[in-house]
Design a protein around this ligand. Structure first.
Ligand code: GZL
Length: 330
């Protein structure tokens, strides 16, 4: 932590001198009272969904009241450039550790090389990064998104008789995000395997409720012949449900449209229990305790696997109770 203080002081003095000359103001880096506190710089990609809010809360709950750590969080508002700026600020401030929840997989080679050259360890959390050298980060902790997608298509295969034709409306998350890439791959591979399955359209919902409501509303003006909605996160599903309601199209158990959604947030599970959503595929955001354990293993010189997956399941109206829904943390 001493490095953080020395760096912050020297940067502050140099910037103050420059700013004094240029007449600008510079807010000193986040300062902590104890030089032995381990400072973590966390570049969170945004606050676009209930899942993301729960993910940030899990990190805060884990580190915020721990006297040994200081967690500095930057919200990139789903812009990768903002993540780069935050990471470079953390390097300048000399934090002890960096955590990145990347918006998309591409574009991280340069910035992760800068972090590596600065000698700061990095954990990639949630989605993945596509870099030439996996040694640029300690580990990638997140979900097996392809397994999530395969759980969804396996459920659909059980639901749909072999020779029945189905039309699938596909709502995609942020293009280039690992969750989007892998959940899309599972569906596209299944459609290639089932000649009676058709994707009528792939709409871009960016993992947000507002965008999904907008694109599904527009789509339903010209098309209403869909049998399945495959939506890559709950918030997009909520937007699509609003659009379906306004178009007078039924969904859920006994409805025209079977709804498949990813994340399994409490609100989605309640809809599932009530028969309005057919399948919720879980995507666990509660990474805080596991990330803390990985950081402590690193600090104690213990081995860390390159990929750490979290446990997840899939839920239907038939296999959840109101008690289970009430028990959920997020
Ligand atoms: C999945 C995560 C996705 C969620 C969305 O791990 O990256 O991003 O499924 C969130 O809700 O926006």
């Amino acid at each position: 932590m001493r490095r953080f203080f020395d760096k912050a002081l020297s940067i502050f003095l140099s910037f103050a001198f420059v700013c004094g000359m240029a007449g600008c103001s510079f807010r000193p880096a986040q300062e902590t009272s104890d030089p032995d506190v381990y400072v973590i710089g966390f570049s969170q990609l945004g606050s676009e969904s209930d899942w993301r809010i729960a993910n940030t809360k899990s990190m805060n709950d884990t580190f915020a009241n721990n006297p040994d750590y200081e967690l500095v969080i930057d919200n990139a508002r789903q812009q990768q450039e903002n993540q780069f700026a935050a990471v470079r600020r953390y390097i300048l401030e000399g934090v002890d550790f960096i955590i990145i929840a990347p918006t998309v997989e591409d574009g991280w080679q340069t910035i992760l090389t800068e972090v590596h050259d600065a000698g700061i360890p990095v954990i990639i959390m949630d989605r993945s990064v596509a870099v030439d050298d996996e040694d640029l980060y300690l580990t990638n902790i997140g979900s097996d998104f392809l397994r999530q997608g395969n759980l969804a298509v396996e459920w659909l295969e059980d639901e749909i008789p072999e020779d029945t034709e189905i039309k699938i409306l596909h709502l995609q998350g942020t293009i280039g995000a690992t969750a989007q890439i892998q959940r899309t791959k599972a569906l596209e591979d299944a459609v290639a395997k089932h000649p009676n399955w058709e994707i009528t359209s792939q709409l871009y919902g960016d993992f947000t409720e507002a965008k999904a409501y907008e694109v599904v509303t527009d789509y339903l003006k010209e098309n209403s012949d869909i049998d399945v909605l495959y939506s890559e996160n709950d918030n997009m599903t909520f937007g699509a449900m609003r659009a379906l309601d306004e178009a007078g199209i039924s969904y859920g158990n006994g409805g025209q449209v079977k709804i498949i959604t990813f994340d399994a947030t409490k609100e989605a599970l309640q809809y599932c229990h009530d028969g309005k959503i057919n399948l919720c595929v879980e995507c666990n955001p509660m990474f805080g305790p596991r990330v803390k354990e990985l950081i402590e293993n690193y600090r104690n010189g213990l081995p860390i696997p390159k990929h750490v997956y979290v446990d997840e399941s899939a839920y239907t109206t038939q296999n959840i109770t109101q008690e289970f829904v009430d028990s959920r943390e997020y």
